[in-house]
Design a protein around this ligand. Structure first.
Ligand code: AMP
Ligand code: GLY
Length: 418
């Protein structure tokens, strides 16, 4: 097979690397990719995610078997629809189905219609109506920009004042532009978070092993929300029954609800969940693989990823199998991330043979990789248990110079307490 992965982050590096290692696969292209992927044998193609015509022409010229669309923006822009209209195969939701991530209000409506457990909410475009609702409900309360905001459009307000500030920034000062012109105000849910991803083809749902991300920038879950600073799998503090309950009460009704809604979903459905005392509840749906969850989930997949996607696209039953090993990944970010950050720092090379590096915000300069984004790279390792995998990652990170960059030193702390 010849395959094309679309995107440029650590998630796409992990997807492309997994496909590249697959015996069914002859060649993997990644557009636009990043220069860190090249060392894994992935060929990067200088075509932007939003260059639909260019990507389609390239896929035809190279006789690509199918494309895999990694990030949310090209899904929301209808890249899969455009590939299909051109007679090409692409794995990912249609533009209409990608609204499950692209509009939090759309996602909430699907949940309400299908009795999927989630926090109470109301949607507002008007500041004074939103303010009245917040005053009535009190704090803690969660304020979410309706549209895409790269994981940064959510404010967990501990006080009414913080909630009103967030509402004012979104509805009055247009902090997130059109994405924040509509706001979902949601009940605060307490409990342990986990990410449950599944391969979905219409009503068929094939869950993956669960993982846990760390959304805040700094140790002890301090600082602003980010795209994700580290992840690990399995998540021992989440019992297997909780996962099974989430598949039955959340993923399966979501897949069925999307069909009933006239927006059937094919692709990766990502449920961001909180394990509450009343069972698992949804905090968000994404229409794609998570970053950094993918970098710890895909290494545990022992079945062929290329075969799974090919089977799903052909309406065949895929075969999934998972390693019992634990995986652990820590993101190295540029100082200042998720605010304004530095670029151009030289990246270290690692000598440890048993770690993998997944590159994200990097550029090539005079034959060297340099930092060129907020999240720069992620170091991942496997172990017989989480403690062993963690040790490998942190030892590798401690063995190199990381000037102008930082990472969290407490990834997995909650899992290792149990
Ligand atoms: P999201 O971008 O929707 O994943 O939200 C970012 C983070 O905000 C989540 O990972 C949670 O830690 C937190 N969060 C979102 N919604 C809620 C909620 N209803 N209750 C508590 N925390 C939440
Ligand atoms: N790690 C969270 C996300 O990909 O949305």
């Amino acid at each position: 097979m010849k395959l094309l992965v679309i995107g440029s982050g650590g998630r796409e590096h992990a997807i492309a690397k997994k496909l590249q290692q697959d015996t069914l696969v002859q060649k993997v292209f990644c557009a636009p990719g990043n220069p860190g992927m090249v060392q894994d044998g992935i060929e990067v193609v200088a075509l932007a995610e939003n260059d639909h015509a260019g990507l389609i022409a390239f896929a035809k010229e190279q006789e690509i078997d199918w494309a895999f669309v990694g990030p949310e923006a090209p899904l929301a822009a209808g890249l899969v629809d455009d590939f299909e209209a051109a007679g090409l195969k692409a794995f990912g939701p249609s533009q209409a189905a990608a609204q499950i991530e692209g509009s939090k209000d759309f996602a909430k409506q699907v949940m309400v219609k299908n009795q999927i457990p989630t926090g109470d909410y109301q949607t507002f475009t008007d500041y004074s109506a939103a303010k009245a609702y917040v005053l009535q409900k009190g704090a803690p309360i969660v304020i979410k920009a309706d549209g895409l905001a790269a994981g940064k459009g959510v404010v967990v307000a501990e006080t009414v004042e913080q909630a009103l500030d967030a509402l004012s920034a979104m509805l009055e000062d247009n902090k997130f532009g059109a994405s924040g012109a509509r706001v979902v105000v949601e009940e605060f849910l307490a409990g342990e978070e986990f990410s449950l991803l599944a391969f979905v083809r219409n009503e068929k749902v094939y869950p993956m092993v669960i993982s846990q991300d760390h959304k805040r920038a700094f140790d002890g879950d301090q600082g602003p929300n980010t795209g994700g600073m580290g992840a690990y799998s399995p998540v021992p503090q989440i019992p297997q029954e909780m996962v099974e309950q989430a598949v039955a009460t959340i993923l399966e009704p979501a897949a069925q609800g999307m069909i009933a809604n006239g927006t059937p979903f094919t692709g990766i459905l990502y449920a961001g969940l909180i394990a509450t005392t009343d069972g698992p509840k949804v905090i968000e749906f994404n229409a794609r693989f998570g970053d950094p969850e993918t970098q710890v989930v895909l290494p545990r997949l022992t079945a062929s990823l290329a075969a799974i996607i090919s089977d799903l696209l052909a309406d065949r039953e895929p075969e999934l199998s998972w390693s019992e090993k634990a995986t652990f990944g820590v993101v190295v970010a540029a100082d200042g991330y998720p605010g304004t950050y530095h670029r151009g720092m030289r990246l270290p090379t690692f000598s440890q043979p048993d770690i993998s590096v997944y590159y994200a915000g990097v550029a090539a300069k005079e034959g060297q990789l340099v930092a060129n984004g907020g999240r720069v790279f992620l170091v991942e390792a496997q172990g017989n248990d989480l403690a062993e995998a963690k040790e490998k990652v942190y030892q590798a990170l401690a063995s190199v110079q990381l000037e102008g960059m930082f990472y969290r030193s407490d990834i997995g702390a909650k899992a290792l307490q149990v």
